[in-house]
Design a protein around this ligand. Structure first.
Ligand code: UDX
Ligand code: ADP
Length: 472
């Protein structure tokens, strides 16, 4: 259905760019799509013949890659050449929270967006449509515009000033369900100023998305809607997690409360699963962005409101560590704790901002020996996330005691406790008989994900602590 767009270039082959462009290529075989990245290792992995070695684990992705790769979907490090050919360019680069300078710890680091915008200004042809896909602070489109229209590089060999249209098309995919979310989105949001450009992007989506689901807004509304959606979702998790602590104190059961409140159709039963705190690359970053924005506009109360969602999330992680220590007689030094799950949620290999990171660091700080198992996360990722050299106090604990286990059996061998941190389906079918024989007595199971069938463990003499259960 698309008219003019025959060639798309996407800058950034990450968790957003990779799956999004794969679905675009699958749904629009007449459009050539080049996904470019300066990380050559990542591009090599996207081009791997062995599809189990793709850089991202996402259910359904390998099938699409096998259909589209080298047909109309290409992964490359040749940024310049692919920018030159493109009719439409997506910016899907990372936007981490700033580590230093003004707004450190809150504002987004836009250096990757700026660098890619400069590349666009230099190499893209005139009238190319630029689409913001990365989650960005409100009014980033303004920054992009300023760079695009002021960079001298864009006029290297020509007298003619280039023209670009900028659209904001935030991505709402949730990892682990990315393909489903991209194939049947709840809505597609397109913000922009030029109706013709908006329609070009709309026409692409109309190849598989119902027109009623495509919402068009101005640029700033589109940008803010992404931050607001993530903040609302995170707020639901902090709300239910705050109640999990109250349930434990009062003798109620958070699962029963969850069903009761979720049955109100105004509230709904989605996205109120209690857990060890939300992780992932978006929620924390987006709320910090929102807080920064509110402070900038002098809306102190609003900023505080959203900051509390984050504070509660951190509190949840810290209180879980305390519970483990208390139950293990106030001392976990030299005790072995088996960690089941390190990804920030199931069905992904992504560990960014995973609650497991802080919880594991806390436990290591208390002197525990950790054995970590996750079906999709690699040991090198865990090593990088725990960043042990910098974060562990070497005076009190001179050896970072953790190891990576390739199987649950090895992971639980000799353990004093098991801590379930990710809701992987296989943790619902644990062989408690085998596990009880391998663990040291008294053995504890700490379930932070309200796993089904966990009560079975009691049969085998294991002590159970369940998140949000006042009776466990
Ligand atoms: C989120 C948004 O859902 C998505 O729309 C946006 O584009 C990117 O950010 P994602 O981070 O991939 O997606 O995962 P999501 O399913 O939202 O989960 C985020 C975190 O919240 C995970 O750590 C998850 O375990 C936790 N969570 C989620 C809960 O603790 N309880 C729930 O009920 C749902
Ligand atoms: P996200 O979850 O937002 O997709 P990722 O970190 O997974 O974030 O992916 C972003 C990708 O963008 C990375 O692979 C990074 O190498 C790439 N990238 C960042 N800046 C540029 C740039 N200027 N040109 C090309 N690729 C870039």
């Amino acid at each position: 259905m698309s008219n003019k767009i025959k060639n798309i270039c996407c800058i950034g082959a990450g968790y957003v760019g990779g799956p999004t462009m794969s679905v675009f290529a699958d749904k629009c075989p007449e459009i050539t799509i080049n996904v470019v990245d300066l990380n050559s290792k990542r591009i090599e992995e996207w081009n791997e013949k062995d599809l189990t070695k793709l850089p991202i684990y996402e259910p359904g992705l390998t099938k699409i890659i096998s259909r589209c790769r080298d047909r109309n979907l290409f992964f490359s490090t040749d940024i310049e050449r692919n920018l030159e050919k493109a009719d439409m360019i997506f910016i899907s680069v990372n936007t981490p929270t700033k580590k230093s300078g003004i707004g450190a710890g809150k504002a987004s680091d836009l250096s990757y967006v700026e660098a890619s915008t400069r590349q666009i200004a230099k190499h893209a042809k005139t009238n190319t449509i630029i689409v913001e896909k990365s989650t960005l602070p409100v009014r980033t489109a303004d920054t992009i515009k300023k760079i695009l229209f002021n960079v001298d590089a864009c006029n290297d060999n020509s007298e003619i000033k280039k023209n670009f249209d900028i659209l904001s098309n935030p991505e709402f995919l949730s990892e682990g369900n990315a393909i489903k979310d991209l194939e049947s989105p709840d809505r597609v949001l397109i913000g922009g100023e030029n109706e013709e450009a908006i329609n070009e992007l709309k026409n692409i989506y109309l190849n598989w998305v119902d027109y009623k689901k495509i919402i068009t807004t101005n640029l700033w509304s589109a940008e803010l809607s992404k931050l607001a959606s993530n903040a609302f979702l995170a707020q639901r998790i902090s709300s239910i997690n705050s109640l999990s602590a109250l349930c434990e104190a009062s003798g109620a059961d958070i699962k029963e409360v969850q069903i009761a409140i979720g049955s109100d159709s105004r509230i709904g039963n989605k996205f109120i699963n209690p857990g060890p705190g939300f992780g992932g690359s978006c929620f924390k970053k987006d709320i910090l962005n929102l807080v920064y924005l509110c402070e900038f506009y002098n809306l102190r109360e609003v900023a505080l409101y959203w900051q509390n969602i984050l504070d509660l999330n951190q509190w949840q992680k810290n209180r879980l560590t305390k519970i483990v220590v208390e139950k293990l007689f106030g001392n976990i030094s030299e005790k072995k704790i088996a960690i089941l799950g390190f990804a920030f949620k199931s069905k992904t290999n992504d560990t960014r901002e995973s609650s497991a990171i802080d919880i594991c660091k806390n436990l290591l700080q208390e002197g525990a020996n950790l054995s970590i198992y996750d079906p999709k996360v690699k040991d090198i990722q865990i090593e990088n996330e725990l960043n042990l050299k910098q974060n562990i106090n070497l005076e009190t604990h001179n050896k970072a005691n953790w190891n990576f286990s390739k199987s649950i059996q090895i992971c639980v061998e000799g353990a004093d406790a098991i801590l379930i941190l990710t809701e992987w389906e296989e943790f619902e079918y644990l062989d408690w008989n085998m596990i009880s024989k391998k663990m040291r007595k008294p053995s504890w199971i700490f379930d932070t994900r309200c796993t089904n069938n966990i009560d079975l463990a009691k049969k085998y003499g294991l002590n159970i602590w369940k998140l949000g259960n006042g009776k466990s």
